[in-house]
Design a protein around this ligand. Sequence first.
Ligand SMILES: Nc1ncnc2c1ncn2[C@@H]1O[C@H](COP(=O)(O)OP(=O)(O)OP(=O)(O)O)[C@@H](O)[C@H]1O
Ligand SMILES: [Mg+2]
Length: 260
Amino acid sequence: MVQIIAIANQKGGVGKTTTAVNLAASLAVLKKRVLLVDMDSQGNATMGSGIQKNDLLYSVTDVLLGEVPIETAISKAEVGYKVLGANRDLAGVELAIAEQEGREFILREALKEIEHAFDYIIVDCAPSLSLITVNALAAVHSVLIPMQCEYYALEGLADLTQTIDRIQQALNPDLHIVGVLRTMYDARNALTRDVSEELEQYFGKKLYDTVIPRNVRLAEAPAHGLPIIYFEKSSKGAVAYLNLAAEMLKKSKVKKGIKA
Ligand SMILES: Nc1ncnc2c1ncn2[C@@H]1O[C@H](COP(=O)(O)OP(=O)(O)OP(=O)(O)O)[C@@H](O)[C@H]1O
Ligand SMILES: [Mg+2]
């Protein structure tokens, strides 16, 4: 069955989009059928997948406005997975759907039409709790939280888990945290290690063993419209995201009771 996962954290710049793009690419390399949905008007996940956001014939905006069937709006990226892209048009959707009945469930209803064609649907969220992000959180099974191991990460933690609880209670009873990912990790930094320890205590098994190191290649790849694995496959960043995908697959097999 398909797994639909939002990459979310209301804190900006923590590696959500980097994780969405590179996890999608890594799962595709591991032979999974993957759709990446860009729910951020910055369109970074779209561009990072090699798709020009301003040349999109249709985008997630058209789907949320009910103007085209979702299938029509999905593009095939050159990088092994499919993309429901976004650009600045998405910023106007909020107002357009604000008064609509069932406005929180538009993405969920649309995904139902195509979810059978995928093993994983990865939804990249913006760093805010807009109606667009609420649509994302109402449509997914679970949330993957990328976190930078710095002092302020812990401060935002309570807000974030509260948000997920609220959405779970009001809109999506099965919503849960699938995992917490340490990003831009620097093992030499004492604060990183301290915060990392706190995350271990707070999240236990939900904290992925895999950590994503700070790696300049990961920051360079989007400018080339390439996930890291196609940009520099032997880089530490590429290896880390492949390890994350493998860890995810292993955990989901264990959960289903299949021996890994
Ligand atoms: N592991 C890493 N090593 C080095 N640079 C990274 C790493 N992960 C992300 N970056 C860089 O950090 C910046 C923020 O990353 P990213 O865009 O993925 O964060 P985000 O959480 O999606 O941001 P936003 O909240 O604006 O959507 C980008 O310039 C990205 O290239
Ligand atoms: Mg982003």
